[in-house]
Ligand binder design. Structure first.
Ligand code: 5RP
Length: 214
């Protein structure tokens, strides 16, 4: 079961990675919401944030933190985001909040990815949490069939439209032994925008509550 206290501790602990004058990449979700709250206390010391979702953008703006365009900022030094699962190699499943595409973009643009989770997210093998995949709407059935061929059980997250106007398929039933290989394979399928496996670019640092994962 997820633990709100650990999420808050992780969000606050991530503040120690924020350097003066930084532009901070900001993820999405309830754990990140604690990070954004804490970031507001030092908003005078940073230039602003690059946001991974409309949800985080709204919170950042409400707290008076400037939201900047990634095309204008160039590379970022720091990205802070949550996860749905994290394995011992800091490989992740993300996208429970449907923000995976922009999250993967901001993570790719950042030198250091600090992942903030509660202990319920820590697993030995990725796949108990269904893997979110963002798809172009017309490709939903095609991708569903491709997933079945690969032993997964696809479930359309009916009613959810991503910030990019696309749909989400959640894949149940995968026990993912080689997440980077699966991520690469799925990335090749026409119609998939983003796979919620963050294995080719895993986190650099994982905070479970306020504890650093080894
Ligand atoms: C959103 C995500 C989130 O990081 C993930 O779902 C974890 O969320 P929370 O911190 O609310 O448990 O990937 O797309």
């Amino acid at each position: 079961m997820s633990n709100a206290n650990e999420k808050r501790q992780a969000g606050e602990a991530a503040i120690r990675y924020v350097e003066d004058g930084a532009i901070v990449g900001v993820g999405t979700g309830s754990t990140v919401a604690f990070f954004i709250d804490a970031l507001a206390d030092l908003k005078q010391r940073i230039q602003g944030a690059v946001s991974s979702s409309e949800q985080s953008t709204a919170q950042l703006k409400k707290l008076g933190i400037p939201v900047l365009d990634l095309n204008a900022t160039g590379p970022l030094t720091l990205y802070v985001d949550g996860a749905d699962e994290c394995d011992p190699y800091k490989r992740l499943i993300k996208g429970g909040g449907a923000a995976l595409t922009r999250e993967k973009i901001v993570a790719a643009a950042s030198e250091k990815f600090v992942c903030i989770i509660d202990s319920s997210k820590r697993v030995e093998l990725l796949g108990k949490f269904p893997v979110p995949i963002e798809v172009i709407p017309m490709a939903r059935s095609l991708i569903g069939r491709e997933i079945v061929k690969r032993g997964g059980h696809p479930v359309w997250r009916d009613g959810v439209v991503t910030d990019n106007g696309n749909w989400i398929i959640d894949v149940h039933g995968w026990q993912i032994v080689d997440p980077a290989a699966l991520e690469s394979e799925l990335n090749q399928l026409p119609g998939i925008v983003t796979v919620g496996l963050f294995a080719r670019r895993p986190a650099d640092v994982v905070l479970i509550g306020d504890q650093l994962m080894g």
